[in-house]
Design a protein around this ligand. Structure first.
Ligand SMILES: [Zn+2]
Length: 160
């Protein structure tokens, strides 16, 4: 994956994240916000720390020992998504708080905009995004309303 590419909603200076497997929802949300986020699953601590260093990713983990092995790692202790997002925001104050539709939440693929060719005529929104890697499709709907609501809560409770 070429990390230098620059989709709308993402900038060259964005951090790239490597999120450990205890933080699956947080990984999904970072992708929703447009961040290049890989999810470390089923690999040992050493391999995770090595991958973060090799790929220039900032590790986000709930594991204190793992955090201490990876320079610049972000330790997130809360089991709650909102608090986890707050921790990321505390470490990265310029964290975007709007869904960006540039990353697939399932596989981190870069989404492409496609015409709605499935004939979902009932929806006024014809903006559909497709992941070329896994084929998953995304569009504005109930799901994104829930996401926006959660992000608004985060924004409203941000420290000054
Ligand atoms: Zn995908």
């Amino acid at each position: 994956m070429n990390g230098e590419r620059c989709g709308f909603g993402a900038t060259m200076t964005d951090p790239r994240w490597l999120v450990d497997e205890m933080l699956g929802r947080l990984a999904r949300y970072l992708r929703i916000l447009g961040y290049d986020t890989e999810y470390a699953q089923g690999v040992d601590d050493e391999a995770i720390a090595r991958r973060a260093s090799e790929e220039g990713r900032r590790l986000v983990t709930r594991d204190r020992r793992l955090a201490s092995r990876s320079p610049g790692a972000l330790l997130v202790t809360s089991p709650y998504l909102l608090d986890q997002l707050r921790s990321v925001r505390a470490a990265w104050p310029s964290l975007r708080l709007a869904p960006a539709f540039v990353r697939c939440t399932l596989c981190n693929g870069e989404l492409v905009s496609v015409r709605d060719d499935r004939g979902e005529g009932g929806s006024p929104s014809s903006h559909v995004y497709r992941c070329p890697q896994c084929g998953h499709r995304y569009w504005e709907g109930t799901h994104t309303r829930d996401i926006r609501a959660l992000l608004r809560t985060l924004e409203a409770t941000a420290p000054p």
